[in-house]
Design a protein around this ligand. Structure first.
Ligand SMILES: Nc1ncnc2c1ncn2[C@@H]1O[C@H](COP(=O)(O)O)[C@@H](OP(=O)(O)O)[C@H]1O
Ligand SMILES: [Mg+2]
Length: 254
């Protein structure tokens, strides 16, 4: 098994899960949002679990859609390789006709670090992957853009934008927001107040491979495959903006 294989597995599985989610949307339509969300989450999780069991039978898996018992299974804490997946990130946006800000996340954590990852954005027709990390745009200087949750933006983010000279861009899905940083639609993503490892592992794997900044909002490293998968806050940005964003957040919390 080569390292390259893991990058390809992540990308192939995210792509195929994404294709299947597009089919679920076509088949069910948008009249019953709750049913569409439930079927999207469930079917994508089942596909990824079966595919990983077949392709990587010795590895552990941590999935958003696993049962509580499965997530608390202590075996993954002593495993060397754990796939951290979010079968459908931005479930709310997936259920809204016309929205393209939802994603499939497939990451591989290996011995303390994110080793591979892919974020499929099926409705945008693209997949970001560590197999071929995106080339980061450079910030033009002057005002820049910070992506935030459409529905749960952190309280301090309005003040932060004012402090650092940025505009806020509401986008759904952590994967779609981090991808927007990597493709140049925005220059940063700030979140606080709650999130889990699966919401950020795959997009952070790609962001790190591309050379972007990714950390907790206090600058600490993001740690994955922890006993408690809660990872409530995150900052991803072009590297040249990280210092001023971290300083701004620190000032607002002082
Ligand atoms: N305060 C919070 N607590 C728990 N999860 C949160 C959260 N804010 C955002 N998230 C999760 O982070 C992902 C991106 O959220 P958002 O679109 O609001 O930025 C969503 O994942 P899912 O769609 O996989 O549930 C959402 O559930
Ligand atoms: Mg999610």
């Amino acid at each position: 098994m080569t390292i390259r294989d893991d990058h390809a597995v992540a990308a192939d599985l995210a792509n195929e899960a994404g294709e299947r989610l597009l089919q679920v949307r076509r088949r069910m339509g948008f009249d019953d949002a709750a049913a569409l969300k439930a079927e999207g989450d469930r079917s994508s999780h089942v596909f990824l679990m079966e595919a990983l069991a077949r392709l990587r039978p010795s590895d552990s898996v941590l999935s958003e859609e696993a049962t509580r018992e499965e997530r608390l299974d202590p075996r993954r804490l002593s495993a060397e390789r754990v796939w951290i997946v979010d079968p459908l990130d931005g479930t709310r946006e997936f259920s809204e006709e016309g929205r393209a800000d939802w994603a499939v996340h497939v990451a591989l954590w290996e011995r303390g670090r994110l080793a591979a990852g892919a974020v499929a954005l099926p409705a945008q027709g693209r997949t970001l992957t560590t197999a071929e990390p995106p080339k980061l745009p450079s910030s033009a200087g002057g005002r820049f853009r910070i992506a935030v949750s459409r529905t749960r933006p952190p309280e301090f983010v309005q003040k932060l934008a004012y402090l650092v000279g940025a505009d806020l861009v509401p986008i759904g899905s952590a994967g779609a927001k981090i991808s927007a940083v990597l493709t140049g639609e925005v220059e940063a993503y700030v979140h606080a107040g709650g999130q889990y490892e699966w919401d950020s592992a795959a997009p952070v794997a790609v962001a790190q491979a591309a050379g972007a900044h990714a950390s907790r909002v206090d600058g600490a490293a993001l740690a994955y495959n922890q006993a408690d998968p809660s990872l409530p806050d995150i900052l991803v940005s072009l590297p040249e903006l990280a210092a001023s964003l971290l300083a701004g957040i620190r000032d607002l919390h002082a």
